[in-house]
Design a protein around this ligand. Structure first.
Ligand SMILES: [Zn+2]
Length: 395
């Protein structure tokens, strides 16, 4: 299959340029030039939007196996496609937790048939070379065991990145999920080997400056601030306005490497009861690009933070360049309100409900195939396990 994308305006982690054509052959981008004189099976005019590389969301909870009533791998990865995300890394706090190679392989066999985007799976406790990385918690979490001993076991078993939920249980016991709980968590993580440290969803300048390793932040901690409304419960919690501002300053000065959604869907009733977590796959790109523009931070930097994890994994994705996988997303410049009733996710709730964002995906191409277009999934189940896609380096 040969596809030509005509008259593209391209935005990547390093460049913004206009008026080029892209030839896609098979799974990869084969040529990028002006006035491409070639024939193809399909031609798409891209002049009405901005073309970006498909992004990676390295922090999602797709709830399968065990909690399919909240989300499953099919609906979760449809939400990803609709959001311009072509790779997701799924967390292991399933029911039962993915804490052994045996459970990982069972999960892999189950979800592989349903994946609409490429995916990797985290494991907790036991090392497996089939897992993309280790995930562990410094505090009590549903479905996953917590103890100092368990934590140390996870870290010593991991051979590459360990993603830490860095809120410290001892501080939480005394004063709740305060910023001090996060800062104490970061301090503890800093005592583990530096090459393993990946800090999930940090929320303030103080913690991001202190964290020595890869720092992840989420759109909800960047955009929303503290409220008493039960539906807005999330871990770590939303912070006051000053802390939110400080997180932007930290990001602007280069202390953040990754933006992830922490997509954590629940039912409507669970949200009303205050079960923590938000869905975020469908709003990740629009929310981040819209707010970077508002904060006058170059959009190239947003793409950099949304594709950085590809570099960690050594996968030829996350850029629009010859030889790379053709994961391409055309974004509309038109403003649209967030309407969670339109989500592919089972979770019809959004903390951004009613907010106006630009940069919604018009289409998403996954490894050369048009998988999502104008509100519809065009081709299902194209997703592959990413470990087979790596070519440049390995963990
Ligand atoms: Zn999470």
């Amino acid at each position: 299959m040969r596809v030509i994308l005509r008259d593209c305006t391209i935005l990547t982690a390093t460049r913004y340029y206009k008026g080029v054509d892209i030839l896609v052959e098979g799974e990869r981008i084969s040529r990028i030039c002006r006035n491409l004189n070639e024939e193809a099976d399909l031609e798409i005019n891209c002049s009405r939007g901005i073309l970006v590389p498909g992004v990676i969301d390295p922090h999602v909870h797709l709830r399968e196996p065990g909690q399919e009533y909240k989300e499953d791998f099919s609906t979760g990865t449809m939400a990803a496609l609709a959001g311009g995300i072509t790779t997701v890394l799924d967390m292991p706090n399933n029911s039962p937790p993915i804490d052994s190679e045996e459970r990982l392989l069972l999960k892999m066999n189950k979800v592989r048939k349903k994946a609409n985007v490429d995916f990797g799976l985290y494991i907790t406790r036991e090392y497996s070379k089939r897992a993309v990385a280790m995930k562990t918690y410094l505090c009590e979490t549903p479905n996953v065991e917590y103890s100092e001993e368990y934590l140390r076991e996870c870290v010593s078993n991991s051979r590459g990145i360990t993603a830490f939920h860095a809120e410290d249980q001892e501080v939480i016991n005394k004063e709740g999920r305060t910023l001090r709980a996060e800062i104490e968590g970061v301090r503890k993580v800093n005592s583990f080997p530096v090459e393993k440290r990946y800090f999930c969803h940090l929320t303030s300048m103080e913690s991001t400056l202190m964290a020595n390793g890869i720092v992840e932040v989420t759109p909800h901690h960047l955009i929303l601030s503290k409220t008493d409304r039960k539906e807005y419960s999330v871990n770590p919690p939303l912070r006051d306005k000053l802390t939110v501002r400080s997180l932007w300053t930290s990001l602007n000065y280069g202390y953040v490497q990754v933006i992830a959604s922490d997509h954590a869907p629940h039912t409507e009733d669970e949200k009303k009861e205050g079960v923590p977590g938000f869905p975020g796959l469908e709003t990740l790109l629009p929310s981040v690009l819209t707010y970077f523009q508002k904060m006058r931070i170059p959009l190239t930097k947003a793409i950099k933070l949304l594709t950085h994890y590809y570099k960690i994994l050594g996968i030829e994705k996350g850029d629009v360049t010859e030889g790379y996988y053709a994961d391409l997303v055309l974004l509309s410049k038109k403003e649209r309100k967030v309407d969670s009733t339109e989500f592919f996710s089972k979770c019809n709730f959004s903390p951004f409900e009613g907010m106006k964002f630009r940069y919604w995906p018009i289409f998403t191409m996954l490894r050369g195939k048009l998988a999502y277009s104008e509100g519809e999934i065009i081709e299902e189940r194209l997703g592959k396990e990413i470990l087979g896609l790596r070519t440049m380096q390995s963990l």
